[in-house]
Design a protein around this ligand. Structure first.
Ligand SMILES: [Zn+2]
Length: 254
């Protein structure tokens, strides 16, 4: 159980618990979809307007076991975060902390190595082409970071990633994976879901070796805009996925 620090502009307790539960559910669902990786990867959610206070998964806790109360509530201005007994993963702390601080509008940040997103990120040109409804959903909404440098300096990496994802919803991280920024956990998870499907479509289409029927920019933009009235799908889908978790094990809510 994480000890909650006293943070002045923190959201009220009920909303905070709901956010904790949604983020915990996102970890469990991510694992069920086969997108978790050992005990790595990180999701976070800002809990203050400045983004300086945020929830993050504990270091090396498997996604399948995460409960709402397990999530660390971290304060970027607290110098003791990394010396505490429950210290987070240092690079996740720095990268997610930098992203939330530089992009307070990015309320939820999901980073994982879902297989088709990783395959796309490993192409020399990982641009997601508009080929169908799902790929065109992301037209104009993706930033690309092709500066993969292994496990680099986390501060510099966080600042670079923040610049690349600013004004976008998705960051394709070359030779690495994907990061999604969204307003709510449901919104961000829906983009992660559709991005993985879109990357799968592109990788499968490329695997045929036949020429691709790429949509024009005008049709791609109209298709992307056409998704906007369907935004409510995200919450309905996420509610359904949470109900699937509940049928087997409700511990994520604790
Ligand atoms: Zn990663």
């Amino acid at each position: 159980m994480n000890i909650t620090p006293s943070i002045p502009d923190l959201m009220e307790a009920k909303a905070l618990m709901a956010l904790r539960q949604d983020l915990a559910a996102a970890f469990r669902i991510c694992h069920r979809f086969g997108w978790s990786e050992s005990v790595g990867n990180h999701f976070s959610a800002a809990v203050s307007a400045s983004g300086k206070q945020f929830l993050l998964n504990p270091r090396w806790q498997h996604f399948a076991t995460i409960k709402a109360s397990d999530l660390l509530l971290l304060d970027a201005d607290d110098p003791d975060v990394m010396t505490g007994a429950n210290a987070p993963d240092p690079s996740a702390w720095t990268v997610h902390g930098t992203l939330h601080r530089m992009l307070p509008e990015a309320r939820v940040i999901l980073h994982c190595h879902s297989p088709h997103a990783v395959a796309l990120s490993c192409l020399k040109d990982p641009t997601l082409l508009p080929l169908d409804n799902n790929t065109a959903r992301f037209f104009g909404r993706i930033g690309y970071d092709l500066e993969f440098g292994g496990i680099a300096d986390a501060q510099e990496e966080g600042e670079r990633l923040a610049r690349m994802i600013k004004g976008k919803s998705v960051l394709v991280m070359g030779n690495h994976g994907v990061t999604i920024a969204g307003e709510t956990v449901a919104d961000a998870f829906e983009d992660l879901y559709f991005f993985e499907k879109a990357a799968q479509t592109m990788v499968l289409a490329l695997s045929t070796g036949k020429p691709l029927a790429i949509l024009s920019d005008e049709i791609a933009q109209a298709t992307s805009d056409g998704w906007i009235p369907y935004r409510g799908m995200a919450e309905r889908h996420f509610d359904y996925l949470k109900s699937c978790l509940d049928r087997e094990d409700m511990s994520w809510r604790d």
